[in-house]
Write a protein that binds this ligand. Structure first.
Ligand code: ADP
Ligand code: ASP
Ligand code: MG
Length: 453
């Protein structure tokens, strides 16, 4: 009998939650324990995307073979634990052959389009295997190719979804299936108007889950990962970090945008638009509970969390004093726009502009170096200085801009660090600063101790 699921839940499992057979089996248990979970979005098994990215950058033959052997071992460790491995084993071997062929091409002529094609195999393989694990537990399952629905721009490595198309395709292709079976699909990957595979940027499976949740009006989006929720800072940096049980979309979205890896930066935007709560929990320890992100929380605290983003570049542009300040600013920003530079933060004096640029996020093209054409264009109008190896540390809170004592609290802990840039006042709820990466962890620990412990 066909059932209708108006209150359905999207469940997304990250790399560690599908790393091996036992993790997959545990995650399958989570899916089967909740009748409302009808759509499952998966990342590649842990480590697989990194291997595929390396292959896509072009490697020597022996290195290539080593990586492919590692990939094969990850897949076959899972396959060997299945009750009926032969059909799925052949399918995965076929995909491993594709990978081998594409990696060979990448070693001669690497390209971002080829990279996305290659990298997408990680999610294709994990989703096929996970569907099989569910089937062996007697579930009614359908594997679905997310590229049919996640239609994007052709910006390979960092594609943007076409929201209207995603909604239309999800309604046509996914909605009817949800009523028949548990649908297992891939996070992170999409396709452009020519049908070529694209990816949404590193960590993009979270974003897929919320895009599909939005398109299909899900009642909740569950993000299952290796931590039991969102913490006051990355628990890998500060062991004393505390789990936040309830957090608002705005706060969590700021955390994600400023580097809290637990969520892809864009994850909460679709959820916010449709007011869909997002739960984050640990697939290895469901009893530990998690964080619920929703529109409002009671009594938002002054200080909510500290996030960090590595691989930042500071670009300083000094006027040659040959033109008035407003012309200098206009010219500099026009050049940055022409070269499509994503500026994260800006501070200025009359004669200088300091810009923080983000070097993380995309699957390809994130080698952190500034394009020569940009530097040449800027240099003909100003003196340019740049510095890499920086970390952007952000304090996220509420009404930080108008609260007494914030500067004292923060700057007291920055006394020993050589801060390169500070941004406070532009946004009400964040205060960020750029400092050398090697002192970031100590600074975060000290700040966390003062503000949260
Ligand atoms: P997945 O593969 O499941 O998507 P990720 O590695 O992308 O998992 O995200 C989970 C990781 O995010 C955690 O292991 C943790 O180290 C990191 N993280 C960073 N900031 C936070 C935070 N504020 N709260 C919880 N985890 C965080
Ligand atoms: N597998 C992709 C990555 O490692 C996407 C994801 O895990 O969300 O970036
Ligand atoms: Mg992630």
């Amino acid at each position: 009998m066909t059932r209708v699921y108006p209150q359905f839940v999207v469940a997304k499992f990250g790399g560690t939650s599908v790393a091996d057979f036992d993790s997959m089996n545990r995650s399958a248990g989570i899916v089967l324990a909740d009748d409302h979970v009808r759509l499952v979005v998966l990342s590649a098994s842990a480590g697989v995307t990194n291997l595929l990215v390396e292959l896509s950058e072009g490697l020597e033959s022996h290195e290539r073979m080593d990586k492919i052997d590692t990939l094969r071992a990850i897949q076959h460790n899972i396959i060997s634990r299945l009750k009926s491995p032969s059909v799925i084993g052949k399918e995965i071997d076929q995909l491993l052959e594709n990978i081998t062929r594409l990696a060979e091409v990448a070693s001669i002529t690497p390209s971002s389009a080829l990279s996305d094609d290659l990298v997408s195999h990680g999610e294709i393989m994990s989703s096929l295997l996970f569907a099989e694990v569910l089937r062996e537990r007697e579930a009614r399952v359908e594997w679905f190719d997310a590229r049919k629905v996640i239609r994007t721009t052709p910006l390979y490595g960092c594609a943007e979804p076409h929201l209207n198309l995603v909604e239309k395709q999800a309604e046509t292709h996914l909605r009817p299936r949800l009523e028949q079976a548990i649908v297992v699909t891939q996070g992170f990957i999409g396709s452009d108007e020519n049908g070529r595979t694209t990816t949404l940027g590193r960590g993009g499976s979270d974003y897929t889950a919320s895009l599909l949740g939005e398109a299909l009006h899900a009642a909740r989006i569950d993000i299952w990962t290796d931590v039991a929720g969102i913490y006051t800072t990355d628990p890998r940096i500060v062991a004393q970090a505390q789990r936040i049980d309830h957090i608002s979309f705005a706060e969590a979205s700021n955390m994600a945008a400023f580097g809290a890896k637990v969520l892809h930066p864009a994850t909460l935007l679709p959820a916010m638009r449709k007011n869909i709560p997002v739960f984050i929990g640990s697939s290895k320890n469901t009893a530990a509970g998690g964080t619920l992100v929703r529109r409002e929380t009671e009594a938002p605290p002054l200080y909510r969390a500290i996030a960090v983003r590595r691989k930042q570049t500071l670009l300083k542009l000094h006027s040659l004093n040959t033109q008035p300040t407003h012309m200098f600013f206009a010219k500099m920003f026009a050049i940055l726009a022409e070269h499509q530079v994503d500026v994260e933060l800006v501070t200025t004096t009359e004669q200088s502009i300091a810009l923080a640029l983000n070097g993380t996020g995309c699957t390809s093209g994130n080698d952190n170096s500034l394009p020569t054409a940009l530097l040449t264009a800027l240099s003909s109008h100003c003196r340019v200085e740049s510095e890499t190896g920086l970390a952007l540390v952000t304090l996220i809170g509420n009404q930080l801009h108008s609260s007494v004592g914030v500067c004292r609290d923060v700057f007291f802990e920055l006394e020993k660090s050589c801060v390169r840039m500070i941004c406070h006042g532009a946004a009400n709820d964040i205060l960020c600063f750029l400092l050398p990466d090697d002192v970031a962890d100590d600074t975060i620990s000290a700040l966390h101790r003062r503000l949260f412990e």
